[in-house]
Design a protein around this ligand. Structure first.
Ligand SMILES: NC(=O)c1ccc[n+]([C@@H]2O[C@H](COP(=O)([O-])OP(=O)(O)OC[C@H]3O[C@@H](n4cnc5c(N)ncnc54)[C@H](O)[C@@H]3O)[C@@H](O)[C@H]2O)c1
Length: 435
């Protein structure tokens, strides 16, 4: 290397007449700012434009680039993917659009589905399994999500093998991602015996489980229905209970994990509706009975029926003068489906306004099963509401719904199912299916 090369690195040393750098002349008489003049020199502008065109082309063709930020940052809302209904390109396409209200039918032409894709959480339970039967009969694709805490595979196994039916063992406290149009959220133990068994788990199911399902509804644009309860009215000071009544609930009692859990679930549902435009529906269910109820679950109808069948005394808590209304399960399912398909958010009371004291109920059970069945009085449990009767004017007017099956007609259907399950009487007709 010669010494001259070292010398010529200095700016001062560079000759003014160095011809290695010769900018193109610009039209004289017009001042051009230095950055623009830099761009215009030596076809740099052309290179910049070609570079921009190339990078846009690469971004358009790359599949990962189409994933919207929402899908990447859904953090905690949904992480698992179902086996057969896993999220595919369709979801990506749908998530790029502004959040819309109800998505059913928004699929490309030629791929149009016949029925809806519906998730029923708690679908292996008492109410859930009857709802699944109706949805399957309608031709929907149904996915049951259940952890089998109180639900049983036997309740839905008659659908096994049907391509429209899927059963996923899953706890709703954990997030789940499914591509569906409607979510019926029933997962929660409903009888005092079960919800008091693990109160922390009960409130987690109501709060975290409902959050997860609302997150799913928001993410895939599904309509969400919450099965709340008449327990949100607590020990009511208003009778019968109208939806506008705010209730009288003990926040620290042994039933609070359920009552307050459901109240919070209602709050979350409305907040997702107002804040995230999720389409929601809220049903406040009153005492329901029918085939497939858990035997010995502490609920009064199943208790009386099981006890009378086993020739045990029917246990009445307190003086037996507290009242309840009893709705047959097929009436409830009809109400839930009308609510889901209708245009009203609710909440709606779904129950049978026919009011019975515990002693009157015991009499109906005696008449149906055994006139000699005995009654035994026990001390009442804490926070047991004295009166409960729905005002169903709102459901009548806006959903065109009211219960049809009176207690004396519905009870024999349940008795037949219980007899079969307690005594293994296979000769009985399957009233569960018939109902
Ligand atoms: N049956 C009634 O009289 C009544 C009254 C008011 C409200 N409800 C509501 O209706 C819904 C269904 O009640 P039901 O009578 O069928 O009760 P159920 O106990 O028979 O059914 C509940 C189902 O949810 C499942 N489940 C519970 N926790 C779960 C979890 N963490 N993850 C996944 N699955 C879970 C259970 O295994 C069961 O299959 C409940 O939300 C309940 O609060 C029922």
């Amino acid at each position: 290397m010669g010494s001259s090369e070292l010398i010529f690195r200095g700016h001062e040393s560079q000759s003014q007449s160095d011809d290695r750098y010769s900018p193109k002349p610009f039209p004289s008489g017009r001042w051009v700012p230095p950055p623009v003049s830099y761009l215009l020199r030596e076809q740099r502008l052309l290179f910049v434009l070609v570079g921009m065109a190339l990078s846009s082309l690469i971004l358009t063709l790359s599949p990962s680039a189409a994933v919207p930020p929402a899908a990447a940052s859904a953090g905690g809302e949904a992480i698992f993917v179902s086996r057969s209904l896993a999220v595919g390109p369709g979801v990506i396409e749908r998530q790029q659009q502004p959040r819309r209200m109800h998505v059913a039918g928004k699929v490309p032409l030629g791929l149009r589905r016949k029925g809806l894709r519906v998730v029923v959480t708690g679908g292996a339970g008492f109410v859930g399994s009857h709802l699944v039967d109706r949805l399957m009969a309608r031709g929907d694709s149904v996915i049951v999500v259940d952890n089998f805490f109180t639900g049983r595979k036997e309740n839905v196994m008659h659908h096994f093998g049907n391509p429209n039916f899927e059963l996923i063992r899953h706890d709703v406290v954990e997030p789940l991602l499914l591509e569906v149009d409607q979510i019926y959220h029933l997962a929660c133990p409903a009888s005092p015996v079960h919800y008091k068994f693990n109160p922390v788990k009960t409130i987690k199911t109501n709060v975290v489980g409902t959050l997860n399902m609302l997150g799913l509804a928001k993410r895939v644009g599904a309509r969400f229905l919450l099965t709340s309860t008449s327990e949100v009215y607590g020990d009511p000071l208003q009778h019968p209970q109208v939806e506008t009544y705010w209730g009288n609930v003990n926040p620290i009692g042994v039933r609070s994990c359920y009552d307050e859990g459901k109240r919070t679930a209602e709050t979350l549902t409305m907040d997702y509706h107002r804040g995230a435009q999720v389409e929601v529906r809220i049903a406040r269910i009153f005492n329901t009975y029918g085939p497939r109820m858990c035997i010995d679950d502490g609920r009064v109808v199943s208790n009386f029926v099981a006890q009378a069948l086993r020739k045990e005394p029917m246990t009445v808590y307190g003086d037996g003068k507290q009242t309840r209304s009893f709705q047959y399960v097929s009436d409830l399912v009809e109400g839930l489906m009308r609510l889901m398909e209708g245009e009203h958010v609710g909440p709606f009371n779904l129950g049978n306004p026919g009011e019975f004291t515990m002693l009157e109920l015991a009499k109906v059970v005696q008449d149906t099963i055994d006139p000699n069945a005995r009654i035994e009085f026990r001390e009442n449990t804490a926070d047991d509401p004295h009166k409960r009767k729905p005002d169903i004017s709102k459901a009548k007017e806006l959903l065109g719904w009211e219960p049809k099956i009176p207690l004396r007609q519905g009870l024999p259907l349940m008795v037949s199912d219980f007899r079969k399950r307690i005594f293994g009487d296979r000769s009985s007709t399957d009233t569960a299916a018939a109902a």
